[in-house]
Design a protein around this ligand. Structure first.
Ligand code: GLN
Length: 207
């Protein structure tokens, strides 16, 4: 059998929510993994993908734009219908069911049974890097890059912590088809989180 199962004829189409944020980096990673990677700005574009990345950026802006562009409702529907979605950083904030210390006007798409605190590492520590054990992905540890990152302060019964810092803070979670990380794998050469999303998307497409 051919080594590469992602043949041209049945490449899985995975979108990157392209309202705001680091869209291009995620498109490049997904393309390099063999997916058909497309930007998603409209409900009809969302309906045509089997998986989605919500990128890092600024969650308050992404929230406003998702509502202005009529994407908030369709995104939530797609999640409720099992669309695999991977949120990084601001994308994790968008996926969280609950926010802590956020402006009262800020909404999220939700779906992921967690509480998230924005900018949780404080001004002194706006960005940092560390090696993080993620048993789901095996060895080696993930080189995690945090940029004004949120942290998961509570993991509800439907979600599972899959990456925890030495001090106990949760920075990666999984819940069925949903994945969220506080950090940015798209700025490193580690493609394993995107590969996991692509695996979920390919399974979703085959349903
Ligand atoms: N601090 C940003 C927010 O609250 C997230 C930062 C990022 O995505 N790199 O939306």
């Amino acid at each position: 059998m051919a080594g590469n199962q992602q043949t041209e004829a049945r490449r899985t189409r995975v979108g990157v929510l392209a309202l705001q944020g680091d869209v291009r980096e995620h498109l490049a990673v997904l393309t390099s993994l063999g997916a058909e990677a497309v930007p998603v700005r409209r409900p009809d574009e969302l309906a045509a993908v089997s998986g989605l990345v919500i990128p890092g950026g600024e969650s308050t802006v992404m929230d406003k734009l998702s509502r202005t562009f009529g994407m908030a409702g369709p995104l939530r529907d797609a999640i409720d219908h099992g669309l695999p979605v991977y949120g990084t950083c601001a994308g994790l904030i968008m996926l969280a069911d609950r926010l802590v210390d956020a402006p009262t006007t800020q909404r999220t798409i939700g779906g992921l049974d967690v509480s998230v605190r924005r900018n949780a590492f404080g001004a002194q520590n706006e960005s940092f890097e560390t090696d993080l054990e993620v048993p789901t992905l095996g060895q080696p540890p993930v080189h995690a890059v945090f940029i004004r990152a949120p942290v998961v302060v509570d993991v509800g019964p439907r979600a599972t912590a899959i990456g925890v810092l030495d001090d106990g803070r949760v920075v990666a979670v999984e819940q069925g088809a949903l994945l969220g990380t506080s950090f940015h794998p798209e700025v490193t050469a580690d493609l394993r989180f995107h590969a996991l999303l692509l695996q979920k998307a390919t399974a979703h497409a085959a349903r």
